[in-house]
Design a protein. Structure first.
Length: 348
């Protein structure tokens, strides 16, 4: 089977390094916008993997180029790990604006996360491809926005999955066999990793079998910081990719953005199929209410039916002295101007 990987950053490379565990993948196309970086990486992983590895140079802002590539290649599965601005960018800057954006919440970076995955999903739709799309570009929020356009990816990775995999490791270490169901949100990753308070969002919502439980009963200290956390996301991505390509297995996990929903949900995955795996007595409406509350921690007040994102009063206050226009409602029509403003102001 053929896997296309969009993006050549740290996460994409960690996923490639773990690909030998997915026996069904025999061909990999790595797509980056930088030939000088991408071609050596393809040669490197061609020597590491039991699969043929090629490279293609493409700027994913070129919607026609994305459609042309997918039309030629017809992949069996896509892993998308590209954005206009790195999710790690703000943590490496010390400007007043970058600090204000970190205080406002990660949702203020949505204009940089949406355009590339939208181009991929539009091509998938227009070409009538039936391949799953696994998205790492802020799926907690990009998926419900794209769902309003009929463009939601199959499922996201990381975030809720990072918490779930850490919890599962602790349950395994304690030889506990209870079945975990975990609802979580991107807004909780940093407090979870640092083992600090979850305010102003909700704490992760955990059930063991049918009983509510606290994840902090089992994960009792901090995780490594920074890009090391990508090890969890990569492992989660590999498990999801493998399950979506395998006919005779079912993966239970938690993952962001299934079925275009906001935040992370308990799910079951099998060959090209994703379905919710909710605990007893919890329905989708209760799950949505939880996710709306949790999204406040990322600066999201609401996402309208047409995909317009409204930011919280706290996010607006954080940016009031620096760039208040970045906290105005974000619609499809305002997205291009917003990302241009965001990019120019951060580069200043």
């Amino acid at each position: 089977m053929k896997l296309i990987v969009f993006g050549g950053g740290d996460l994409a490379l960690r996923v490639l390094a773990l690909l030998p565990t997915v026996a069904s993948v025999h061909e990999v196309l790595l797509v980056t916008r930088d030939t000088a970086r991408g071609e050596p990486l393809a040669r490197l992983f061609g020597g590491c993997l039991p699969a043929s590895v090629r490279h293609a140079t493409l700027d994913l802002r070129d919607a026609g180029g994305v459609a042309g590539l997918l039309g030629r290649e017809r992949p069996d599965i896509i892993f998308h790990a590209a954005s206009l601005l790195s999710p790690w960018l703000l943590s490496g800057l010390q400007s007043p604006l970058s600090q204000a954006l970190q205080s406002a919440g990660f949702a203020l970076m949505l204009p940089a996360q949406l355009p590339l995955i939208r181009n991929v999903m539009r091509a998938v739709r227009d070409l009538e491809l039936d391949c799953p799309v696994v998205n790492a570009s802020y799926p907690d929020a990009t998926h419900p926005v794209l769902a309003a356009e009929g463009l939601q990816p199959t499922i996201g990775v990381g975030n809720a999955g990072m918490l779930y995999e850490t919890l599962r490791g602790q349950l395994r270490a304690r030889q506990l066999s209870a079945k975990p169901y975990l609802f979580a949100h991107h807004a909780q990753v940093t407090p979870f990793a640092r083992h600090i308070s979850y305010a102003p969002g909700e704490a992760p919502w955990l059930f063991l079998d049918d009983q509510p439980a606290s994840i902090d009963q089992f994960v009792t200290g901090p995780l490594p910081s920074g890009r090391m956390l990508n090890a969890l996301t990569a492992s989660h991505a590999i498990a999801i990719i493998g399950s979506l390509l395998t006919e005779d297995s079912v993966l239970r996990t938690s993952a962001p953005g299934p079925l275009g929903l906001p935040g992370g949900w308990p799910v079951q995955l099998s060959a090209r199929q994703v379905r919710l795996d909710l605990p007893p007595d919890i329905d989708v409406e209760r799950g949505l209410a939880y996710q709306r509350r949790a999204a406040v921690g990322d600066g999201i007040a609401a996402i309208d039916a047409d995909g317009t994102v409204h930011f919280t009063a706290a996010a607006q206050a954080s940016l009031a002295m620096h760039a208040p226009e970045l906290a105005e409602p974000l619609s499809r029509q305002s997205e291009a101007a917003r990302v241009a403003l965001l990019t120019s102001r951060l580069a200043a």
